[in-house]
Design a protein around this ligand. Structure first.
Ligand code: NAP
Length: 250
C-alpha cells in the first residue's frame, strides 16, 4: 500500500508512540484520524495548524463509546485503509507480593484494567473497523502495537498476557481474513524512550537495562515508525509479529 494518501486511524494518538506515529504519518502525506481518551488533547490536535489531523474523544475500553466514535468517523467520510491499535497502558505487578502486609496477590482490578485497555480494546475497535473495510471492499491493514513482554516478562502478568493475546488475534485474523485481501501485523517494541517508559523506570533501572540490550540503548520513536511504514508498504507481509527491540530477548 502506498503511504501517501492512505487513510490511517490510530488509537491513543495523544502521546508517546501514538503521537509520534500520527505526526510522522501526516508529514508523509497519509490522511490521519485518531481516537483518544483525553478530550483536551483531542482539542489540541484538532487546533494544530493546517487542521489535517482529526482527533475524536473515545475511551477504547468502552464498546458503546467505540461504536459511537467510529460511526462519527465513518459518517465524516473517513474510511480507514489502515488501523493502528496503539492505545495501551504498561503495568508491572508481581503475582504474589511476599513483602506486602496487606493483600499479597495481584489486584484483580488492575488485571481487568490492563486486559480491558490492552486486549479488549483491540478486539472492539478491530472488529468494527474490519466490518467497515469489508463493506467498502477495502484491502485494508490492521497493525497492533504489542510488546516483547508477550514472550513472558517477570512482574508483568497482566501486560504480558494481554500482549500475547494481541499477537494471537493478529495471527488468527491474518488466517481468517487474508483471502479477502486484509492484512494483519503486530509490532512488538522493546523498551522505547517515551515519557511512559521514563515514568515506569528509575534512572538506575534504565542504566541496568541498557547493559542488557545488545545495542546498549533504549529504542527511539523513529524505530517504531519505520516498522509501521514497512508493514504498510510491504503488501506481502501479514500474520507476523515484528520485534523492534535492539536485540533484547525476553
Ligand atoms: P503512552 O505515552 O502512555 O500513550 C498511550 C496513549 O494511549 C495515550 O495517549 C493514552 O491516553 C492512550 N490511552 C490509554 N488508555 C486509553 C483508553 N482507554 N482509551 C483511549 N486512549 C487510551 O504510552 P506509549 O509508551 O506511547 O505506549 C503506546 C503503546 O505502545 C502501548 O500499547 C504500549 O503497550 C506499547 N508499547 C510501549 C513501549 C514503550 O517502551 N513505551 C514498549 C512496548 C510496547 P491518556 O494519556 O489519556 O491515558
Amino acid at each position: 500500500m502506498k503511504l501517501a494518501g492512505a487513510r490511517v486511524l490510530v488509537t491513543g494518538g495523544g502521546s508517546g508512540i501514538g503521537r509520534f506515529l500520527v505526526e510522522r504519518l501526516d508529514a508523509e502525506s497519509a490522511e490521519v484520524c485518531m481516537l483518544e481518551r483525553d478530550t483536551a488533547r483531542c482539542a489540541e490536535i484538532n487546533d494544530l495548524p493546517g487542521g489535517r489531523i482529526k482527533a475524536y474523544p473515545c475511551d477504547v475500553t468502552d464498546p458503546a463509546a467505540v461504536d459511537a466514535a467510529l460511526q462519527t468517523v465513518f459518517d465524516a467520510g473517513f474510511d480507514p485503509d489502515v488501523l493502528i491499535n496503539n492505545a495501551g497502558i504498561i503495568h508491572s505487578e508481581p503475582l504474589v507480593n511476599m513483602l506486602s502486609r496487606g493483600e499479597r496477590v495481584h489486584s484483580r482490578e488492575t488485571w481487568r484494567r490492563v486486559m480491558s485497555t490492552d486486549l479488549d480494546s483491540v478486539f472492539f475497535v478491530t472488529s468494527r473497523v474490519v466490518d467497515h473495510m469489508l463493506a467498502k471492499r477495502c484491502k485494508g491493514l490492521v497493525i497492533s502495537i504489542s510488546s516483547i513482554s508477550a514472550n513472558g516478562n517477570p512482574g508483568q502478568s497482566a501486560y504480558s498476557a494481554a500482549k500475547a493475546g494481541v499477537n494471537a488475534l493478529t495471527l488468527t485474523w491474518a488466517k481468517e481474513l487474508g483471502a479477502l485481501g486484509l492484512r494483519f501485523a503486530a509490532i512488538a517494541p522493546g523498551f522505547i524512550d517515551t515519557p511512559s517508559t521514563r515514568a515506569a523506570l528509575s534512572e538506575a533501572a534504565v542504566t541496568r537495562l541498557q547493559q542488557q540490550i545488545p545495542l546498549r540503548r533504549l529504542g527511539d520513536l523513529q524505530s517504531v515508525y519505520l516498522a509501521v511504514r514497512h508493514v504498510i508498504e510491504n503488501d506481502y507481509l501479514t500474520g507476523t509479529v515484528l520485534e523492534v527491540d535492539g536485540g533484547l530477548v525476553m
